[in-house]
Design a protein around this ligand. Structure first.
Ligand code: APR
Length: 247
């Protein structure tokens, strides 16, 4: 990270009329929540098709719920890190209009971000596979698989699995924000999962500026205007500090 790059990013943020952010698992890595790809990524140890698809859930709901119970426990124990806090600050200072996240944890919300669009759902929520019942976990579910108290069908995690559509409202909002953005901060995503991964490309195509914060290159890096290599928990606070000098 060079002071010059941080200065340039602060300039872009100050000049932007409609800055949005897109985050991925990398921003929660420093809170102890494993990423999916890269070093120690979950998909190096587990097979997504066995744990994160509707077919897997149909085949073995207990195995899927045991994995989600473990991840729910990690999220409930985790704390927002300086990266989450800096993005909430950026919104509070009026620079960040909205934050689109692929993450299913609640760390952006707990850090104080208000306008958070959750493209892939919320791991702390579960919904009935049969009726409208929904619930929110304040602790990992004891009974596996949890059952609906209304109709006794199975509950499922309220997250988007592979081969599933994204929540309509969240997708619609994310797309309208993408079309309004003249700058985007892309933080901690490999950029390989669609449609989230296409968002920075759309901002770029429409003449917007793309800034990426990542510890390594991603599928987005080829099109970014500035690539800040380093941990989000370090780089985002440095950007806030630079903005405070100017602002
Ligand atoms: N700071 C910044 N970036 C980091 C950090 C960090 N401390 N640690 C890891 N990264 C980067 C990695 O280099 C990688 O590019 O975060 C990215 C994490 O990539 P993925 O694990 O693929 O996570 P993500 O891009 O969010 O995955 C998208 O895939 O499995 C699905 O639904 C799941 O939402 C997820 C989607």
């Amino acid at each position: 990270m060079s002071a010059e790059e941080i200065r340039k990013v602060a300039e872009i943020i100050l000049d932007a009329n409609f800055l949005i952010a897109l985050t991925g698992a990398g921003i929660s890595a420093e809170s102890g929540i494993p990423t999916f790809r890269g070093k120690n990524g979950l998909w190096n140890k587990y097979r997504p098709e066995e744990l994160a698809t509707p077919q897997a859930f149909k085949r073995d709901p207990i195995k899927v719920w045991e994995w989600y119970r473990w991840r729910i426990g990690l999220v409930l124990k985790a704390k927002p890190n300086p990266g989450h806090i800096a993005l909430a600050e950026l919104e509070k200072l009026g620079f960040l209009k909205a934050l689109i996240t692929q993450n299913v944890d609640d760390l952006h919300e707990r850090a104080g971000s208000r306008r958070v669009i959750k493209l892939h759902g919320n791991i702390l929520e579960a919904r009935c596979i049969n009726c409208e019942y929904k619930t929110k976990f304040s602790e990992p579910p004891r009974e596996i698989p949890p059952k609906c108290p209304v109709c006794s069908s199975l509950l499922r995690p309220n997250v988007v699995w592979f081969n599933e559509p994204l929540p309509e409202e969240a997708l619609r909002e994310a797309l309208s924000l993408t079309y309004r953005a003249d700058a985007i901060l892309v933080v901690g995503t490999s950029g390989v999962v669609m449609p989230a991964g296409a968002i920075p490309f759309t901002v770029k195509e429409r003449g917007g500026v793309v800034i990426e914060i990542n510890i390594s290159e991603s599928a987005i890096t080829p099109i970014v205007d500035i690539f800040l290599r380093g941990p989000a928990g370090k780089l985002l606070p440095a950007i806030i500090e630079e903005l405070r000098k100017k602002y």
